[in-house]
Design a protein around this ligand. Structure first.
Ligand SMILES: C[S@@+](CC[C@H](N)C(=O)[O-])C[C@H]1O[C@@H](n2cnc3c(N)ncnc32)[C@H](O)[C@@H]1O
Ligand code: SF4
Length: 384
């Protein structure tokens, strides 16, 4: 018998309710209509589903718990505490277990931050999105810039760790305005910033407005300029771009939970529509929870599990490692993408390296800053 430490994993908890549905969002969300019974039933189902996942994973080290959404800051803090306690009981928490929760910056939610911290949340990921009232209105947000500023102040006082999300490449945004907005956001002192380029997701209200011609987003050149500005401003302020859209003040400020995804570590996903990835004796398993709240709750009640699972083929697993690994600065090991026949000497690796999009040594493949700008094209070229 060896005493090898159990394989690590992260836990993702999806809470789908939102105060208002934003017109650009394609996450699995529903409007919160204050149905307390339904919310309680969902929390019970999430707890039972965690137990089902434990039967599948066996003993594991617990690296992180991430409450995402939707808007988990609308969750009852007592339910947040119950989920945290359950995950900690089922797996073996590491000493520096990371517990994060996504929040919207409304005044009502900022009033609940202390209770969420009390429940065990130590890292808040706050969806500031913009610090400009017109932009927030255009994004259909249920808060203004003043509320976002107040929420950042409360969050910085209440949680050990603060991350903020921003959206850029918005309609009508100029480079100078984005530079000023980023500078203001940084001044609140978050240890981590996630600036996302606005994506027009198929089927959203923004997608329909772009189709009608009533919404015009920045062209590719302006979007590239805004990306460059993001890198330069954040770098100068001491934030490393350790992933395409994630910047942290030092290694300790990186999101351990997101690194779980990008490094191909296992994770359990519970709650409607949540994904999971687990190394099982039969191969790399992809789990997928039922998307509709009622289906999810019914499945957990009826069959004891809220998810289905399939085993990925070696090529599918390697493609996923490539797509995720190239997002981060440590890249991906050739050994992990062997099923794609990628080696340091493969012609496509050399060609893309010559074009300045990749760097490769004998062991690893990494995207350069230019490569990260065209990541979809890069991974497409490598995977075919
Ligand atoms: C799951 S959302 C939830 C967080 C929280 N409910 C909120 O809206 O603040 C996580 C982040 O994804 C980003 N996001 C969502 N849809 C996006 C889109 N279409 N384009 C760019 N970023 C998007 C936003 O920055 C958001 O904070
Ligand atoms: S962006 Fe956030 S608040 Fe808006 S619908 Fe999506 S998850 Fe909900």
């Amino acid at each position: 018998m060896t005493d090898a430490a159990p394989r690590p994993l992260g836990v993702y908890v999806h809470w789908p309710y939102c105060g208002r549905i934003c017109p650009y969002c394609d996450f699995n969300v529903v409007r919160d209509r204050g149905r307390a019974e339904e919310r309680r039933a969902l929390a019970d189902a999430i707890i039972a589903d965690l137990e089902a996942q434990r039967r599948l994973t066996g003993e594991r080290a617990l690296l992180s718990i991430f409450f995402g959404g939707g808007t988990p800051s609308l969750m009852d803090p007592a339910e947040v505490a119950r989920v945290i306690e359950t995950a900690k009981r089922l797996w073996s928490p590491v000493e520096d277990l990371e517990i994060s929760l996504e929040a919207n910056p409304t005044d009502a939610e900022a009033d609940r931050f202390a209770a969420l911290a009390e429940a065990g949340v130590e890292r808040l990921s706050l969806g500031v999105q913009a610090l400009d009232d017109d932009a927030l209105r255009a994004l259909g947000r249920n808060h203004d810039a003043g509320a976002a500023r107040r929420a950042m102040n409360v969050a910085a006082r209440t949680f050990q760790r603060l991350s903020i999300d921003l959206i850029y490449a918005r309609p009508g945004q100029t480079d100078a305005a984005w530079r000023a907005e980023l500078a203001e956001a940084i001044a609140f002192g978050p240890e981590h910033v996630s600036p996302y380029q606005l994506t027009i997701e198929p089927g959203t209200a923004f997608d329909r407005a772009v189709g009608r011609g009533t919404l015009v987003v920045p062209d590719e050149d302006l979007a590239a300029t805004l990306f460059e500005t993001t890198q330069t401003v954040l770098e100068a302020a001491g934030y490393d771009a350790y992933e395409v859209s994630n910047h942290a003040r030092g290694e300790g400020a990186r999101s351990r939970h997101n690194l779980v995804y990008w490094r191909g570590v296992d994770y359990v996903g519970v709650g409607p529509g949540a994904h999971g990835r687990l190394a099982l004796p039969e191969g790399r398993a992809a789990t997928l929870a039922h998307r509709a709240i009622a289906d999810y709750v019914a499945a957990v009640r009826g069959q004891g599990v809220g998810f289905t699972r399939e085993i990925l083929s070696p090529v599918e697993a390697a493609e996923e490692r490539l797509v995720l690994g190239l997002r981060i600065d440590d890249g991906v090991a050739f050994a992990e993408v062997a099923a794609l026949n990628l080696t340091p000497d493969a012609a496509k690796v050399r060609d893309l390296a010559d074009a300045g999009l990749l760097v490769a040594d004998q062991n690893r493949l990494r995207a350069t800053r230019r490569g990260r700008l065209v990541l979809d094209r890069l991974t497409g070229a490598l995977a075919t």
